[in-house]
Ligand binder design. Structure first.
Ligand code: FAD
Length: 491
């Protein structure tokens, strides 16, 4: 390794600041050690964590005895407490998994068996009339449903950002714009190299999402590789708030992907998700056929759903992990996609590879698991005596009672200036988001909801850009939408 670098020393280096890296950092911060996070992007939660379904599952989808099942049940039980500590909105709205015939009804029974074996409480199979009484907008063709009262929904990035802020407040050093390009073992640990820094770390926690296999392979031979597929989603306006009250899963009678409807904590309705192949290296983008497939499923499952209320669509990449074997110099999948969470611990290098659903809900459990492995490797350091698991949530005016709102505005008049009319977001909230670390339009959007509504930022973009420019002391032309080079104005 050569060149001019700044040199850092740390006990634990986390690679990647998605929801898993942020929770690993938070769990490590509870130990009396130095923790550094390297993130290639400008902000947290810009990868898989940015685009997913945001469901907190109960554990009835996971095979009894698996790590997923154990963590998912534990996560579901402790999620209210976690969200209270971190000031994150969580709606335990319950879910209905719908069947429209005998094949799907068998799947419901199998999932109920899994759920009961895993200790999930309150599961019931409902008949057609009970389903329609709970959700009258479901097609009357429905034959049965599995009711899981413990299912809930969150904003994924809200959870990740909260973990980031809490980890940072507890002393974790987040270093943005630092892409790990090389890693070697050295006496006492690892030497990590980005384009600007060298970091000597005693242990490394690899939470690099879609690149977690590549990061591991800087030191190890391939064992599990990620072969992504894409997912398409549609977001419907909050004028449809209450259209369905539960998360709706549709288990198709034919082979293929069903439909999921999520009444989000913001009041919008999320419709998803397809599954389709993507060319290697693709960064995604929605697919017309995928969106048409979703519309077709909606017509069957919720025939009255007005898709004209669509405000945007987006795509996501699923990090499907496969064991690999070498064939003719190429590493190819050895079997079906790995079903359980893949956590590899190799002499101080701990890798979370291809963590799919329910990785978001289990982020705290996965973070603690990594921290326990790291602690073992570091000789079991004591607890951090100053660790505080509580995070003060930012002010959110929308939905606040009038007198509380008036109190906030009297203390800071910027909270009385509504900038995002669709989401009811004030200048005060946007300034606060910038103070807390937002450096792009999407960073503000993820922290405040500004730009997420019907007009998709047409009315608030100018004010948000000016606030970002002022907060970072940069010309407004340098403000970016989401990541390097995504300038909004011509330079
Ligand atoms: C379509 C879809 C739907 C899902 N729905 C749900 C759900 O409803 N409920 C649920 O519980 N889970 C769900 N999940 C799973 C959940 O979203 C993931 O488990 C979780 O977001 C993974 O987070 P992560 O931190 O591993 O990855 P990311 O969020 O991708 O974070 C990885 C980070 O590493 C950084 N990075 C990569 N390489 C480097 C490098 N060399 N140097 C520095 N930084 C690097 C990236 O920039 C990125 O910020 C879903 C996933 C998908 C794809």
């Amino acid at each position: 390794m050569s060149g001019s670098f700044s040199v850092q020393y740390t006990d634990a280096a986390v690679v990647g600041a998605g929801v898993l890296g942020c929770f690993a950092a938070r769990a490590l911060a509870a130990l009396d050690i130095r923790v550094t996070v390297l993130e290639q992007r400008e902000d947290v939660c810009t990868g898989i964590t940015r685009a997913n379904t945001g469901i907190i599952y109960t554990g009835c989808d996971n095979r009894p005895g698996s790590l997923k099942a154990r963590m998912c049940v534990e996560a579901s039980r402790s999620f209210d407490g976690l969200c209270r500590d971190l000031g994150v909105r969580f709606d335990r709205c319950g879910s209905l998994m719908l069947a429209f015939g005998p094949r799907a009804e068998n799947v419901l029974r199998k999932k109920m068996g899994f759920g009961r074996a895993n200790g999930v409480e309150g599961l019931r199979i409902l008949g057609r009339d009970e389903v329609l009484a709970m959700e009258p907008r479901i097609s009357s063709e429905v034959t049965a449903a599995l009711y899981a009262p413990g299912t809930g929904t969150i904003d994924p990035w809200e959870l990740g950002i909260a973990a980031y802020e809490n980890a940072k407040a507890n002393g974790v050093d987040f270093r943005f714009g630092q892409r790990l390009v090389r890693m070697e073992r050295e006496a006492g640990g690892f030497l990590l190299e980005t384009d600007e820094e060298r970091i000597h770390a005693r242990t490394v926690i690899n939470c690099a999402g879609l690149s977690s296999d590549a990061v591991r392979e800087m030191l190890e031979i391939p064992a599990v590789r990620i072969f992504p597929t894409a997912a398409d989603y549609i977001v419907l306006d909050d004028t449809l708030r209450g259209f369905v009250k539960h998360v709706i899963f549709h288990e198709p009678e034919e082979k293929g992907k069903g439909l999921t409807l999520v009444p989000t904590v913001d009041g919008t309705l999320l419709v998803g998700a397809t599954e389709r192949e993507v060319p290697a290296g693709s960064r995604g983008g929605t697919d017309r056929e995928g969106l048409q497939a979703l519309s077709g499923l909606c017509a069957k499952v919720v025939p009255g759903l007005p898709l004209s209320e669509q405000i945007r669509n987006f795509s996501a990449l699923r990090p499907n992990p496969y064991h690999v074997v070498e064939k003719g110099g190429v590493w190819v999948p050895a079997d079906r996609s790995v079903n359980d969470f893949t956590i590899l611990s190799e002499e101080g290098l701990i890798s979370l590879i291809g963590i799919k659903t329910p990785g978001l809900g289990c982020a705290e459990q996965l973070g603690r698991h990594c921290a326990a492995l790291a602690a073992g490797f570091l000789g079991n350091p004591g607890p951090n005596p100053r660790f505080d698991p509580m995070r003060r949530a930012p002010v959110r005016l929308h939905g606040m009672p009038e007198d509380a709102r008036a109190g906030v505005i009297s203390r800071d008049p910027d909270y009385g200036r509504i900038v995002c009319l669709c989401g009811d977001v004030s200048l005060g909230e946007i300034k606060d988001a910038v103070r807390r670390g937002a450096v792009t339009l999407d960073g503000v959007k993820r922290r405040t909801g500004a730009g997420m509504g019907r007009c998709q930022s047409a009315r608030c973009m100018k004010a948000v850009m000016e606030t970002l420019a002022e907060g970072q002391r940069i010309p407004v032309e340098d403000v970016m939408k989401d990541g390097a080079g995504s300038y909004v104005l011509e330079k």
